[in-house]
Design a binder for this molecule. Structure first.
Ligand code: PLP
Length: 415
């Protein structure tokens, strides 16, 4: 049996596959402390809410309705209408239901969009996707049909008080040439918890318009929902921006519901791709989201429950880290959003891949930094000095993990 080129590319055993296997093995091994994955927290108030909502929807026949019917290829029409109205009213965006399409998770939206705007073109040219700020979400790395679809730029690093730092877009050195067909940035960023500033976003938007390419903003953690942003950040949309959202970090990753907000031409393209690839996106997540909007709960719960939960958790985790690791040993990216902390072990004598192996041997899983630089073409030692940890597990587990991390860092320095 032999596979096609497509098959070869998409069945390759990449670094991330190995990492996912480790995560799977960790889940099956009692006692492993899992700080590696991207699963959102099961917030008790949200779990109770979903339990109640699903019971009521079931009694009203709404779940059966969703399960027993295909939606159209753009997704559940009632959600498209309700969401457009909600965003028009809460943010003043000039959009209608024709500016929205749903996908089976935002991960599949990136696959569509990257390959829609980059790759080989009819005139023989080749376009690429620019990530203006590495480190960036590792889920983008293998989503191109063509090899070398991505190019990214090193950030400018601002050192901050209390052993923190923040990455900024280095506009002087952005490789923004005719080759670029799409600019993409996650805001908040997975893995760093960075939220690029309003000024940076406006500047990227202006550059994208100047070069006549769309700006994709991955808003999986952002505002107005699920609202996991702790700094001031203004949501931005205009017809040149493609905004991707998701129900996952609201607490519903199993619903696999991604949302694309874009100009009508892009939405119509996504609708056709949905039709070919999956007939229609799944209906259960959209039915739940629609119900939440109609009850006025979507934005309220994001603001009153989800955001404060993660904010408190991140502050507690930073306090724990500082109990075991000094600023000399570990810098922390300013936590402005998302569900991760990004740790920088400056000048560490071993790579974070080696550190990852040592931690794994002691039952702690975190993700070494070098996976998060898709498209960065030049070597950079910084990539091997960072690590991503999920701060969602309970405080005792995090404390145990941080204790072990501090011991391994000390061992590395002593050796
Ligand atoms: N974007 C970012 C930045 C993420 O971290 C994730 C998942 O962790 C996704 C998108 C994918 O989310 P979804 O579950 O909607 O596919």
């Amino acid at each position: 049996m032999s596979f096609s080129q497509f098959g070869d590319k998409f069945t390759r055993h990449t670094g991330i596959s190995r990492l996912m296997e480790d995560m799977g093995a960790g889940l099956r091994t009692p006692g492993t402390i899992m700080l590696g994955g991207g699963n959102p927290a099961q917030i008790p108030a949200m779990s109770d809410y979903f339990h109640q909502l699903l019971q009521e929807m079931h009694s009203a026949g709404k779940l059966t309705d969703a399960l027993c019917n295909y939606d159209g290829p753009r997704g559940k029409a009632t959600l498209l209408e309700a969401l457009a109205t909600q965003l028009r009213n809460s943010l003043g965006w000039s959009i209608s239901a024709r500016n929205i399409a749903l996908t089976n998770g935002s991960q599949s939206a990136f696959f569509y969009l990257f390959n829609l705007f980059a790759g080989r073109c009819a005139d023989g040219s080749k376009k690429r996707v620019l990530f203006p700020l590495a480190p960036e979400y590792l889920g983008y790395a293998d989503a191109g049909l063509d090899e070398s679809l991505f190019v990214s730029a090193k950030p400018h690093i601002e050192l901050l008080p209390e052993g923190q730092f923040k990455y900024h877009v280095d506009f002087e050195r952005l490789p923004l040439s005719k080759e670029i067909g799409l600019i993409c940035v996650s805001r908040p960023t997975n893995p760093t918890g960075n939220v690029i500033t309003d000024e940076e976003l406006v500047q990227l938007d202006a550059l994208a318009q100047q070069h006549q390419v769309p700006l994709l903003i991955d808003n999986a953690y952002g505002v107005p929902f699920p609202g996991i942003i702790f700094s001031e950040a203004r949501p931005l949309w205009n017809p040149n921006i493609i905004l991707c959202m998701s129900l996952s970090k609201l607490g519903l990753p199993g619903s696999r519901c991604g949302i694309i907000i874009a100009d009508e031409k892009t939405i119509s393209a996504i609708s056709n791709m949905n039709g070919i690839i999956s007939l229609a996106p799944g209906s259960i997540g959209p039915a739940i989201a629609c119900e939440m909007i109609q009850r006025g709960d979507l934005l309220r719960l994001s603001e009153e429950v989800i955001k404060p939960f993660y904010h408190q958790k991140v502050l507690e985790t930073i306090a724990l880290i500082r109990r075991y690791l000094s600023e000399d040993r570990c810098l922390i990216h300013k936590p402005e959003g998302a569900i991760f902390l990004w740790l920088w072990f400056r000048d560490l004598p071993i790579t974070t891949e080696a550190l990852y192996q040592r931690l794994k041997a002691r039952g702690v899983l975190m993700v070494p930094g070098h996976f998060f630089f898709p498209g960065l073409e030049q070597p950079w030692p910084h990539m091997h000095q960072c690590m991503r940890m999920n701060y969602v597990p309970d405080a005792e587990q995090i404390e145990r993990a941080v204790q072990i991390l501090a011991e391994e860092i000390e061992n590395a320095w002593q050796a």
